[in-house]
Design a protein around this ligand. Structure first.
Ligand SMILES: Nc1nc2c(ncn2[C@@H]2O[C@H](COP(=O)(O)OP(=O)(O)OP(=O)(O)O)[C@@H](O)[C@H]2O)c(=O)[nH]1
Ligand SMILES: [Mg+2]
Length: 526
């Protein structure tokens, strides 16, 4: 601003002052940047104002908030709601998940290639021409299946058995790396296609993990050391737009105005599908390769426990005519950013006999981003919520938060739950708790992870997933009893596996009926 005097002793003024000795062009560029930043800011403010106004307008609707830490299964539960109660709408949406599933798969492969390259670069090359048996086309079923019992051995007994510490890379690995290079572009294209209708947000926006820390047993997907840190995830900002964009491409619903854009989209999607299909055999070979498995084991990259894991399904997914199944869609991973509003219009088969009016038939469901930095965005939605479905992933009792490597994930869930049950704003909300990811918990404990080591209060109880689930259920329920401002508030707790759609449908029907029954009782009192 011209004419404004800056007091050099005032630190705020000094921070805001233009850089000394700024040229006319530099000044013009700075002003342009500032104007652009202001425009973006105003847009965000406007969007927040609109979101809040929409929330207020919906005062009379039934509003369900899905809460819980990141990767707890909120979006997966939302998909289950759609699948259970709005199956036609779900069918229409299913195809649009294909690109997300392809992206999940390609990202897993590219992250394997990254670590493979690093290892190969730092290892004295052993270019034995012996080709791996896994280079044969993997057309027969099951050749790329992961058998944990074989993954700990560097090879399947051939060249490296005499050298247990060394990794024997061969021409096969170099060749695989080379042949899979096109997947880099596919990843970029798919990201752009999925993100095209929205904004891609740099992972840094969520704050890099604060400190390296060791999870002690490697049960965490990747440990905390910078070299092994989990690759950044792909985020798209909010709402349906990406799905709408992809769906109209798949279904040719682009309309005249966007026909050309839709055609360009379609051809990019087809290119991506084509390249993925042509890389199927090499992807399967990479995933089945014993040396690669050993690299992953040493780096504690347990991809099979990570969200969006499709490496065991390459044969089925990496094809030209691939269409996602319901299972695929609930297993797909796309991180939520901000608060997403979904109107669930229960279709005939999904309507409960207890639903007496439109309000009980149409639910507004709010799916939120669960990472720590996203949580401030939850609060404006609290004052008018009808019910909260809180997800606590119990399989992560031995893991650390991605966004703060000093905090145990189960402890984070406990603290979050406590804050929610204590909240006066939520005193009249029905609380539903899902102790989720039971399947992963069972797998982990069967693999020998000692519960007591991470949860000393578990004591001498059996090292068993069911016992732990029961124990945690009691702990969460006790917190509700102890801290709830409304002692008689209903509380429903379930142990769930949200990727098991059949079981989850039954649970959600019970949840819905419990909520409706409670609402009917409340109406009787009035
Ligand atoms: N094995 C297993 N995977 C699950 C379960 N529930 C969810 N997942 C997977 O875990 C991943 C994360 O689930 P999301 O529903 O995206 O998690 P979220 O709570 O929405 O996470 P944010 O959007 O980051 O807040 C997805 O790939 C799901 O398929 C479960 O019970 N078992
Ligand atoms: Mg989500």
């Amino acid at each position: 601003m011209q004419g404004v005097r800056y007091d050099p002793d005032d630190p705020l003024a000094a921070a805001l002052a233009p850089p000394p000795g700024e040229s006319a062009e530099e000044r013009a560029a700075r002003v342009r940047r500032e104007e652009e930043a202001k425009r973006v800011n105003d847009e965000i403010d406007e969007r927040l104002r609109e979101e809040r106004a929409a929330w207020k307008r919906r005062r009379s609707d039934f509003k369900l908030l899905l809460l819980g830490q990141s990767e707890s299964g909120k979006s997966t539960t939302l998909k289950n709601f759609q699948l259970a109660f709005a199956p036609k709408a779900w069918q229409a949406e299913r195809a649009s998940w294909r690109a997300v599933i392809q992206l999940n798969l390609v990202r897993s492969i590219n992250s394997i290639l990254d670590v493979l390259s690093q290892e190969m670069a730092s290892s004295p090359s052993t270019t034995s021409p012996t080709t791996s048996p896994f280079m044969r086309p993997t057309t027969s079923q099951g050749t790329n299946r992961f058998d944990p019992s074989t993954s700990t051995s560097p090879t399947d007994g051939s060249s490296t058995s005499s050298d247990p510490d060394g990794l024997q890379f061969t021409n096969t690995h170099a060749l695989l790396k080379l042949r899979l290079v096109p997947l880099r572009r596919v990843e970029a294209d798919l990201k752009q296609l999925i993100g095209a209708a929205t904004d891609e947000v740099a992972p840094d926006a969520f704050g890099a993990p604060a400190q390296a820390a060791d999870d002690a047993n490697g049960a965490v997907l990747y440990d905390g050391s910078p070299a092994r840190r989990r690759p950044a995830e792909f985020y798209v900002r909010s709402n349906q737009s990406w799905r709408e964009a992809l769906r109209s491409t798949y279904q040719g619903l682009g309309g005249a105005a966007s026909e050309r854009a839709a055609a360009a989209h379609e051809s990019k999607l087809e290119d991506a599908t084509e390249i993925i299909a042509s890389c199927a055999v090499d992807m399967a070979a990479l995933w089945a390769d014993p040396v690669v498995r050993e690299v992953l084991r040493r780096r504690r990259m347990r991809l099979e426990l990570a969200p969006g894991f499709f490496l065991d399904d390459i044969e089925r997914i990496a094809t030209r005519g691939y269409e996602p199944s319901d299972q695929d869609v609930v297993r797909a991973r796309l991180r939520t950013l901000g608060v997403q509003e979904h109107k669930l219009v229960m279709e005939r088969s999904g309507v409960s006999a207890l639903a007496t009016n439109d309000v009980s038939r149409d639910w507004m469901i709010y799916d939120v981003g669960g990472s720590r930095t996203s949580r401030a965005a939850w609060f404006p939605y609290f004052d008018d919520a009808s019910a909260i479905l809180f997800l606590a992933p119990i399989s992560c009792f031995d893991e650390l938060l991605q966004e703060d490597r000093r905090v145990n994930r189960l402890e984070d869930s406990f603290l979050l739950w406590k804050a929610i049950v204590q909240s006066k704003l939520l005193a009249n909300c029905i609380l539903v708790l899902f102790l989720n990811k039971f399947d992963l918990l069972d797998k982990k404990i069967q693999g020998g992870v000692p519960i007591r080591k991470y949860l000393p209060s578990f004591g001498d109880r059996d090292n068993n997933a069911k016992v732990l689930a029961h124990y945690l259920h009691q702990k969460f329920r006790d917190q509700h009893r102890e801290y709830s401002p409304q002692p008689r508030r209903p509380f429903y707790g379930y142990v769930t596996t949200a990727i098991d759609t059949k079981e989850t449908t039954a649970t959600l029907a019970a949840v819905r009926d419990g909520i409706l029954r409670h609402n009917l009782r409340k109406a009787d009192f009035v």
